[in-house]
Unconditional design. Structure first.
Lengths: 306, 270
């Protein structure tokens, strides 16, 4: 040929001109929609809720409940009625939409009557009943993506429990808004303890929040049934596998989250120790690095070299 | 060239030193990761000794070794002929002044040290003080529930405070101060292993002791040795390795002391 090659001379252009391309595109689009619907329905086991609540259902798919339960087990309603148009179809059989914090315990009690029953004696539940915000089941266990406490990603996995509790208990605005006299430094003071440091640096979990405060039966310390009531501390700390035989111990000497101090002639001993060592370390750093620096600079003088 | 060899440390002293520094290094290595559990190096260091339980075991055993050596050292001093050259005296103040004058170019005359320099004396008594503090506070924290039968919990928390601060203080003194002076500046100083100090170094570092030793020279006590020139490649390589290790340990310790000082100043002073 040798001449100028135009678009129309191109073989591929002749095969796929713009009209054909548009038709193919529309055809593929239809095909893909069809395919995706088929894939979705097979993956979610025909959950009609998926059409609108796709994010929630895909969360639910990861949870421990997915194999045994359907949406209807918690939310009510009838899944057998196709909800392809509007969810009004699902709503007819005693359907509960978004449960309130107080309702959630009832939801879970259907299958977990034991844990819910214990939970309903806790301080969290008491405050919820008084219409004040407090932790319900889902605040600790998650909502749709509830995992087994043996799963390392779970919020109730022993090593994650402190972070889970801290979500609310470290939050100053939340704790102040419903001020019950709870201090927000509980996680910080726990971080200083060997209990926390052990598992954080790769050791076994020793004691986390729920080991002393109980997981479902969390009570205020002044409650005589509370695990952290001074009268019960010996049994709580002396649990099997923990500090067994912690009998005649000076437990009244202090609280674990509080900094206890010994006073020498009305001076706080911890303050004295800390200030003493601050001065010592600052002095030592100056002294050590100063002499090293002077020693090195001294060697720059050739006449001083030996 | 033939030179004299002086005996600086007896075998007994060398074994004490080796036991002390081995336990010291192990204690620091297994102790600091627990103080800073959220640092990246913490879990790495604990994994390197084979897990958390091993860490605790090594820390406790090394602590016992250190307490044992410290107690033995006191007994050793009582049984041995008493010596006073390690105690502080007025000459140390003059030495310090002279050293500063020399460093700051007010004088070209280096201070004449005896058997121990003022810095070595500070390190020696610092180690003694540290061993007492670490030993007692460590024992209190080892079995807190046992200890709480006799002491209030506040005292055990104070023991923890002492343990941390003294650990940082002692580590700076040993890993930076002592290591630089005795093993880096005088590279390669093998007297911790052989107990010997060559004549050249003796004249340079401890001139007063040298004069004393040459004055009343017991003929049997000294050996002669062929002076060997070190291979410059090996020495140079060793110095580079030592420098890298030293810089790493320095930055680690400085970071830790900065962290701990910052927290303490915020909590207790501001």
């Amino acid at each position: 040929m040798g001449g100028i090659i135009t678009d129309r001379d191109n073989k591929w252009y002749q095969i796929f001109n713009i009209r054909k391309l548009t038709l193919i595109f529309i055809f593929l689009l239809l095909l893909s929609i069809n395919n995706s619907i088929a894939a979705e329905q097979s993956g979610t086991g025909d959950i009609s809720c998926y059409h609108c609540h796709s994010r929630l259902v895909s969360d639910f798919q990861k949870s421990v409940h997915f194999d045994k339960n359907t949406c209807a087990d918690c939310h009510g309603g009838d899944l057998n009625i196709s909800g392809s148009l509007v969810s009004i179809n699902v709503m007819h059989a005693n359907f509960t939409g978004k449960p309130t914090a107080v309702n959630i315990a009832d939801f879970c009690a259907k299958c977990h009557p034991g844990s819910s029953g214990v939970y309903e004696e806790s301080i969290h539940w008491q405050k919820l009943k008084e219409d004040r915000p407090a932790a319900s089941c889902t605040d600790c266990h998650g909502i749709h993506n509830i995992l087994s406490s043996k799963d390392p990603n779970s919020s109730t996995f022993p090593q994650n429990i402190a972070e889970t509790c801290a979500k609310c208990h470290e939050n100053q605005t939340r704790m102040q808004a419903l001020y019950y006299g709870i201090k927000t430094d509980r996680f910080d003071t726990y971080k200083k303890s060997y209990h926390y440091k052990s598992y954080k640096s790769g050791g076994g979990v020793i004691a986390t929040c729920s080991d002393c405060h109980e997981n479902h039966d969390t009570r205020i310390a002044s409650d005589p049934k509370s695990a952290i009531n001074p009268a019960n501390l010996i049994t709580t700390c002396g649990k099997k596998g923990c500090h067994e035989g912690a009998g005649n111990v000076f437990l009244s000497g202090g609280k674990i989250h509080e900094e206890q101090s010994v006073y020498l002639l009305s001076f706080d001993a911890k303050r004295i120790v800390t200030i003493f060592y601050i001065i010592m370390i600052l002095f030592e750093l100056t002294f050590t690095f100063g002499l090293i620096f002077l020693g090195i600079t001294s060697k720059f003088d050739i006449k001083r070299r030996h | 060239m033939v030179e004299l060899i002086f005996k600086r440390f007896t075998l007994n002293q060398r074994i004490q030193h080796i036991l002390f520094f081995t336990s010291f290094i192990l204690l620091a290595y297994t102790g600091f990761p627990l103080k800073f559990p959220e640092s990246w190096w913490s879990s790495w260091m604990i994994a390197s000794v084979g897990g958390f339980d091993n860490r605790t075991l090594i820390h406790h055993l090394s602590g016992l070794v250190m307490i044992g050596v410290s107690v033995y050292h006191v007994v050793y001093h009582i049984l041995e002929k008493p010596r006073y050259d390690v105690l502080f005296n007025l000459k140390d103040i003059d030495d310090f002044k002279q050293q500063m004058k020399y460093f700051l170019r007010y004088s070209d005359e280096h201070p004449k040290y005896g058997r121990y320099t003022f810095k070595q004396k500070v390190e020696y008594f610092g180690a003694g003080f540290g061993a007492v503090v670490m030993g007692f506070s460590g024992l209190l924290m080892w079995q807190p529930f046992e200890a709480m039968k006799y002491f209030p919990i506040g005292l055990i928390q104070i023991a923890g405070l002492f343990h941390t601060w003294e650990a940082v203080l002692a580590s700076i003194a040993v890993f930076i101060g002592h290591f630089y002076d005795e093993h880096f500046d005088k590279f390669l100083n093998m007297s911790w292993w052989t107990g010997n100090i060559p004549e050249e170094e003796m004249k340079h570092e401890h001139p007063l002791e040298y004069e004393e030793a040459m004055k009343n020279r017991p003929t049997g006590n000294m050996e002669h040795l062929e002076h060997k020139e070190n291979n410059i490649l090996i020495t140079g390589f060793g110095k580079i390795v030592f420098t890298l290790i030293f810089i790493a340990i320095c930055s680690w310790l400085v970071w830790m002391s900065y962290t701990i000082l910052y927290e303490a100043i915020v909590n207790y002073i501001l």
